[in-house]
Design a protein around this ligand. Structure first.
Ligand code: AMP
Ligand code: ZN
Length: 459
């Protein structure tokens, strides 16, 4: 398996720390608003990675966090708290906001058949003690300092800071925002918050916990390091996120983790490119987003999002349009149609399976893998073998093809078909249309072909 590693900016041979087992931590959603299909691209991407690793024989240990505290409107710990803002806006408690949007996230993931993490879906608010432990270690080792309002990580104690994004500390400092209120006691502009004290602008902050530094709440970045180590150990194989996380969130995770343990935090950093609308990132803040409910409202099966995502490399941006999503749905329907005629006794066609694995092993070349699926389906191989091979591929594709209902033409349907043929012969199109509607209600798509009436399942 070859994977692009953001750390080295190269496609590398993937070799996990422990043979046969992959530890994988995925940065999860900040649950203060609806999950949109931009997020879905990222989580479908993680899912394809995980399914591929399992397919080629690894045991994958997958953890994802749910950020329900500490994320400010600016990723560099400036601005307001996203949850407090939203709670005010909706007249709900911050806890209710987190529950509401976590549920929506789960619904979206289930609809897109994204496998839930198999080790833990870790809520930040359930792991405050692990975060406090880590902050204490960083303070004890001289990598953190306390001000009147917060505990900061001292970036000047970690010379490699910025290596993931290839930005030096001085470049970062130049880029730091001048327009927001900054803690005057902060030593370096790139220093980031490990723990916010419940003072000053946060003196009424709803979520707060006791700590050695008084009541407060964790900064956003510390949760991923603390929970990743808690569940998967001090060095993990893969950490994923969207490309927006590279310059701040992931730099910060590396700095605090390496300074806590004294050794490597992540072997392979995997970053997903954006799903854009009209060339701009789909995002909550730009209000240019669509959700799973919008997809269903357009009569599109959410599984079509998977085909849509598979068509492009996870490292390339995708421009979202309804037309492209509909054509992905057409592809999905064709595969479902193929799978609805179930077969027994087939065997996996090794030639195609080898090509499929080879494409995926090449830094997840999903577009090529999808082309191989079609080549196999259209080939002259025995249908039962093609059927079983398709179901095998679906372990990675995740299109639920084994759950497609069996395509059957019942006696009742045969009678209706005969009546329809007769009506058409007599040019009685009114009756013919009525029968068509009746058949559609029963789940059959009726098409008039040169060979007569063709029936297929409506899926
Ligand atoms: P958030 O809830 O904003 O923290 O985002 C959760 C994850 O979704 C992060 O890894 C983001 O990078 C990713 N993400 C957010 N918007 C998009 C988008 N438009 N396209 C792809 N990934 C995104
Ligand atoms: Zn994270």
């Amino acid at each position: 398996m070859k994977l692009y590693n953001t750390k080295t900016r190269q496609v590398e041979e993937f070799k996990p720390e422990k043979e046969g087992v992959v530890t994988m931590y995925a940065c999860g959603p900040t649950v203060y608003d609806y999950t949109h299909i931009g997020h879905m691209r990222k989580y479908i991407g993680d899912d394809i990675l995980r399914r591929t690793l399992s397919y080629i024989g690894y045991e994958v240990r997958h953890v994802m966090n749910i950020t329900d505290v500490g994320h400010l409107t600016n990723d560099s710990d400036e601005g307001d708290d996203k949850f407090e803002n939203k709670a005010k806006l909706e007249g709900k408690s911050v806890w209710d906001i987190a529950t509401l949007y976590t549920d929506y996230f789960h619904e979206s993931m289930t609809a897109a058949n994204v496998l839930p993490p198999n080790v833990a879906e870790a809520k930040a608010t359930d792991h405050i003690s692990q975060m406090i432990d880590m902050v204490e270690k960083l303070l004890a080792k001289g990598h953190a300092y306390e001000t009147a309002s917060a505990i900061y990580f001292d970036t000047s104690t970690f010379p490699q800071y910025g290596s993931l994004s290839g930005q030096s500390l001085s470049e970062k400092e130049l880029g730091a925002r001048e327009d927001v209120v900054v803690d005057e006691d902060k030593k370096n502009p790139a220093d980031f918050v490990l723990w916010f004290k419940r003072v000053g602008r946060f003196s009424n902050h709803t979520m707060h916990w006791p700590s050695p530094w008084g009541e407060g709440f964790p900064g956003w970045h510390i949760e991923c390091s603390a929970m990743s180590m808690h569940y998967l150990g001090e060095t993990i194989d893969i950490h994923t996120g969207g490309i927006d996380h590279i310059p701040v969130h992931h730099e910060n995770e590396i700095a605090q983790s390496v300074c806590t343990t004294g050794h490597e935090f992540v072997k392979y950093w995997v970053h997903h490119a954006f799903l854009n609308v009209d060339g701009e990132k789909m995002s909550k803040s730009k209000n240019n987003f669509y959700t799973i409910s919008d997809i269903e409202g357009h009569n599109i099966n959410p599984l079509a999002m998977r085909v849509f995502a598979l068509q492009t490399s996870y490292r390339k941006p995708i421009n979202f349009t309804w037309d492209v999503l509909s054509s992905a749905q057409t592809q999905l329907k064709k595969l479902q149609m193929f799978a609805s005629k179930k077969e027994l006794g087939g065997k996996i066609i090794e030639k195609y399976n080898t090509d499929f694995v080879e494409a995926l092993s090449d830094d997840l070349n999903t577009a090529k893998a999808l082309a191989i699926v079609w080549e196999m389906v259209h080939s002259n191989e025995i249908r039962a073998d093609k059927y079983i091979t398709l179901l095998e591929f679906d372990k990675v594709l995740g299109l639920k093809l084994s759950e497609v209902p069996e395509f059957k033409i019942t006696k009742e349907v045969k009678i209706l078909l005969e009546k329809m043929s007769l009506a058409r012969e007599q040019k009685d199109y009114g009756t013919s249309d009525k029968i068509r509607e009746e058949l559609e209600k029963l789940g059959y798509k009726v098409e008039q072909t040169s060979l007569g009436i063709n029936l297929s399942p409506i899926l």
